[in-house]
Design a protein around this ligand. Structure first.
Ligand code: NIG
Ligand code: FE
Length: 416
């Protein structure tokens, strides 16, 4: 068999999500679906997408893998553009406290929250983090994810931040999924800096950021900009320092309190601002004008028992909206794309077309990779998922259940 060369033919629908950049506003509705169509892949790259009959004999002779997708739909692999999937230990107690009405911020102010996962991650060896990372990546694959972003931020010191990033670099080699890394050193205030966040930001800028940069361990930098975590001014200082070194910028913005993180993301030219539950109208307008992707994380809002971000308003205002899981041990312990689709369509007023766009080409845009992944277009990586039903309209309808049947990564069948 010719590795990385595949023909998927007979598909009831090929949902191309066609495009080479993020889709804004009303464009999100257009999935560009081909009926009874085929996709041809050579050496891991998509070379043809067609609703015309194809000469199957030719491809069989040339030793292509042939997949008959009769009665199935084919979508681009999902891009989960915001996760914290490398961590040690769990916080099941905290989730149960939340079910009983204690808030995420209350748990944090009582010494729980992110700091708990920092302890767990410090206490877990690199090898163990790699092993559990493989399991989590396998689970993501089963939901049709082919590219995932992963953040550090459960170290808050030099060694553990580096350890987390190195684990992800290693996993990128070991596992078929592509992992894009983000340095999130300022994720919480460690005990030693509790009363002096400025000094912690100095430490991150002077001691940690340069090492991450020199060792090429992360493409993005991110900060948890939130009341009682890091202020707008501290976030601006850290992100500007990261930008100077050439990092691309993300920001955890306006999740619990409307601090103005959305406005800051526009000012700094961030690639994305994420969460945005409390983002102001002016912040949304500024993001639109600056082309910042709004990455919404409905599973987190659900898990925190918060209201959802204003997806409908943002799309109607013409933003590029992406959706991601935010998989992490605290605010959102789920990698379930099936749950995410259920929440986006049933609770946030997004159509399934907008939801799929948000998980594919716009997820790719949130990682600055819309020219390489996120749609079934000629020249892009062959990251393709065969779903078990004839139409993408089954994805929200089969509530909370993965419809994924086969996953093809770089033209190689990795889940069958
Ligand atoms: O995106 N909000 C900050 N960071 C994560 C939560 C991390 C944690 O609770 O461990 C988030 O929700
Ligand atoms: Fe997050």
């Amino acid at each position: 068999m010719k590795k990385g060369s595949v023909v998927i033919h007979n598909a009831s629908e090929v949902v191309t999500c066609s495009g080479y950049k993020g889709k804004a506003g009303a464009q999100m509705q257009d999935l560009n679906v081909l009926k009874n169509a085929s996709v041809i892949v050579e050496d891991g790259i998509i070379t043809k997408v067609t609703a015309e009959p194809i000469d199957l004999e030719y491809f069989l002779e040339k030793d292509f893998k042939v997949i008959d997708a009769k009665g199935k739909c084919v979508l681009p692999g999902f891009v989960d553009s915001h996760t914290h999937f490398i961590f040690g230990g769990y916080r099941e107690e905290e989730y149960n406290w939340r079910l009983n009405g204690i808030s995420y911020m209350d748990i944090m102010s009582r010494g729980g929250g992110i700091i708990n996962s920092v302890k767990g991650t410090m206490a877990t060896s690199k090898e163990d983090l790699i092993q559990v990372g493989i399991k989590r990546l396998n689970s993501m694959t089963s939901f049709g994810v082919t590219t995932v972003e992963g953040k550090s931020g459960y170290g808050l010191d030099l060694d553990t931040e580096i350890k987390q990033l190195e684990v992800m670099k290693e996993l990128n080699k070991l596992h078929s999924l592509d992992i894009i890394t983000t340095f999130l050193g300022p994720h919480a205030r460690p005990a030693a800096y509790k009363q002096d966040p400025e000094a912690f930001i100095d430490f991150m800028i002077e001691e940690v950021l340069p090492v991450v940069d020199q060792r090429g361990l992360a493409e993005f930098s991110d900060i948890f900009c939130e009341e009682n975590v890091f202020s707008i001014e501290q976030s601006r200082r850290f992100l500007n320092a990261a930008k100077k070194l050439g990092f691309k910028i993300k920001i955890h913005a306006d999740e619990i309190v409307a601090l103005g993180g959305a406005e800051l993301s526009a000012e700094l030219g961030a690639i994305s601002a994420d969460h945005l539950l409390q983002a102001s109208d002016l912040g949304i307008e500024a993001m639109k004008n600056a082309g910042v992707v709004a990455t919404l994380l409905p599973c987190t809002a659900f898990s925190l028992k918060e209201h959802y971000a204003r997806a409908r308003y943002m799309i109607d205002q013409g933003l590029i909206v992406a959706l991601a899981t935010d998989f992490n041990p605290g605010s959102c312990f789920t990698e379930s794309i099936a749950l995410l689709i259920a929440l986006a369509t049933n609770q946030m007023g997004m159509t399934i077309e907008e939801t799929i766009t948000a998980l594919t080409i716009n997820g790719a845009a949130a990682l600055d990779r819309a020219d390489q992944i996120g749609s079934i277009d000629i020249g892009k990586k062959a990251d393709l998922v065969v779903h078990e039903f004839p139409s993408y309209k089954f994805l929200p309808y089969h509530i909370g259940v993965s419809t994924v049947e086969k996953v093809i990564k770089n033209g190689v069948l990795i889940l069958d």
